[in-house]
Ligand binder design. Structure first.
Ligand code: XMP
Length: 519
């Protein structure tokens, strides 16, 4: 998978979820990177013609039986290598240094002492600065020819380098935010020690992908389903840039969207890209299919099934008009890695996205975001002129408001939830909190009625739940401590403006144990 003319930095994944984050940080230093499993033979690594190799951290102790090892041949290839945490120890071991089980462990924030003016990696950084450690074993003697450039209380060799051979490593985790100089250290390895030119920029990504799409599609025609989300919008915009009106976008309105979302696609996205768009109004059909259904998993299945049927019909209609051979999908790099592109990474997300490839319609896939991380996708979207409301859109589940109504989904309930949700979003945006929260589902407890007093009489209205969460990746999350005055405004406005709601409650559960969505 040669995704770019940029030679990749290959991040060897020793497990434990660090590799993807390292790959992202490498790209932040404007160097293209990919994750590969630690089982990849050296010959295969060489075939990829890497600009450098980064050995990631991992959960094992180098002493454990079956612990992944580094093939010493890797160090005879004149390829720059950077070892991190476990990768640092494995590198030290393979090159003849000493790794020991000293009994001193370091977890979390640790003071790093810079030695020998820091060498190339830590040059000009403060003589003492905090880093994030997580290790039981440590390197007690660096391999021959290496300079030790940092130590910590529990790690006599906390960093080493051999600039002539273009090798370096650190015991700590430079990729995490708790190592405030970590990005600089990684950057120095890539630019100063490995000598890689920073060329992976947003405009280079766009040029590169546009050229690839043109090459793949030739003078063919393509279809792209738009969900209203960032990924499909950016994928479509890239393909539109490449092949113009030989792309047709399809947007299915399943009636479970939030206020204003259809207009955002039909008006704003079309205005920004000039894309050809077909909207399918399937609101009735989804309501019919969901009638009487209260079980969340069943709702998800029905919505997924109906969506595929409607989308397939739209594809058939288009195919009847012209020869569409290509289908555009907004698959991202983490999906590729997590679904086996990198065997070392634990399979954490079993994602339930609406959509899918119909079996009887032979399409070739165009996946212009296959090598990109989410933050890169957003930057590409901005570069292509998409509005901020689309590019910075928070995640919204495919089954939409259907899984935020606890109980049966009806038109009336959708209208209630849409109003409450719009108010919450508007107030959060006005308060400037969009960047702090990952998303804030508003959930309608449609089967619950609580007593209220409004005006002169008692009411039996529904409660809505606010579920503001902060997260990096939706796998874990914490509830966002929203300012009381913002909560107050949201609550007052919802209970005043949405007659059927007489109570607003706040969900203060982290994930785990609670999921982000209620259903
Ligand atoms: P949970 O509720 O599992 O959600 O903590 C994690 C993230 O996934 C989104 N989500 C979904 N997205 N289809 C989707 O496309 C779904 O069925 C679905 N369920 C949850 C959720 O909004 C959050 O961002």
């Amino acid at each position: 998978m040669a995704e770019s003319s940029n030679r990749p930095v290959l991040v060897v994944d020793f497990g434990a979820q660090y590799a993807q984050l390292i790959a992202r940080r490498v790209r932040e230093a404007q160097v293209y990177s990919e994750v590969v499993p630690h089982t990849t033979p050296v010959a295969e690594l060489v075939e990829r013609d890497p600009a450098a190799i980064v050995l990631s951290g991992g959960p094992s102790s180098v002493y454990e039986p079956g612990a992944p090892q580094v093939d010493p041949k890797l160090f005879d290839l004149d390829i720059p290598v950077f070892g991190i945490c476990y990768g640092f120890q494995a590198m030290a071991g393979a090159l003849g240094g000493t790794v020991e089980h000293t009994g001193t462990r370091e977890y979390g924030r640790t003071e790093l002492g810079v030695q020998h003016s820091g060498g190339l990696l830590h040059e000009e950084l403060p003589a003492n600065h905090p880093v994030w450690m997580s290790h039981g074993d440590c390197v007690t003697k660096a391999p021959e020819g290496f300079t030790v450039t940092a130590t910590s209380e529990g790690a006599p060799v906390a960093a080493f380098e051999h600039p002539e051979r273009r090798f370096a490593g650190v015991q700590y985790h430079p990729e995490v935010g708790h190592s405030p100089h970590g990005q600089e250290v990684l950057r120095r390895f890539l630019h100063e020690i490995a000598g890689i030119r920073p060329q992976w920029t947003t405009s280079s990504i766009v040029d590169d992908q546009v050229a690839r799409i043109r090459e793949q599609v030739g003078d063919g025609k393509a279809i792209c389903g738009l969900s209203g989300g960032v990924d499909s919008a950016v994928a479509a915009a890239l393909v539109q840039r490449a092949i113009g009106d030989r792309l047709t976008c399809v947007f299915v309105d399943h009636g479970l969207l939030r206020a204003g979302e259809r207009a955002q696609v039909e008006r704003d996205f079309v205005a920004a890209t000039g894309v050809k768009l077909v909207t399918v109004d399937a609101r009735e059909r989804f309501l019919d299919a969901l009638r009487g259904v209260t079980d969340p998993e069943q709702k998800r299945k029905i919505i997924g099934r109906e969506f595929i049927r409607v989308f397939e019909q739209a594809e058939r209609d288009l195919k009847a008009e012209g020869d569409y051979q290509f289908l555009v999908q907004g698959t991202l790099y983490p999906d590729v890695v997590e679904s086996g592109g990198g065997a070392g990474a634990a399979n954490i997300k079993s994602h339930h996205n609406v959509g899918g490839l119909p079996e009887d319609l032979q399409f070739k896939l165009v996946e212009p975001l296959r090598s990109l991380f989410k933050d890169e996708v957003r930057r590409v979207g901005t570069e292509l002129g998409l509005p901020e409301t689309i590019v910075q859109r928070q995640p919204f589940p495919g089954p939409g408001l259907g899984i935020r109504i606890i109980g049966e989904v009806t038109q009336e309930r959708l209208d209630i939830l849409r109003k409450a949700d719009a108010i919450a979003r508007e107030e959060l945006t006005t308060a400037g909190l969009d960047r702090q929260i990952w998303q804030c589902p508003v959930v309608l407890l449609a089967d619950v009625r609580s007593v209220g007093v409004q005006g002169d009489g008692r009411t039996y209205g529904h409660p809505v739940v606010l579920r503001p969460v902060s997260s990096e990746d939706a796998m874990t999350a914490d509830w966002t401590r929203l300012p009381y005055d913002v909560l107050e405004r949201i609550s007052t406005r919802i209970t005043n403006e949405v007659a059927e709601v007489n109570r607003v409650v706040l969900d203060v559960t982290s994930k785990p144990p609670g999921t982000i969505e209620w259903e």
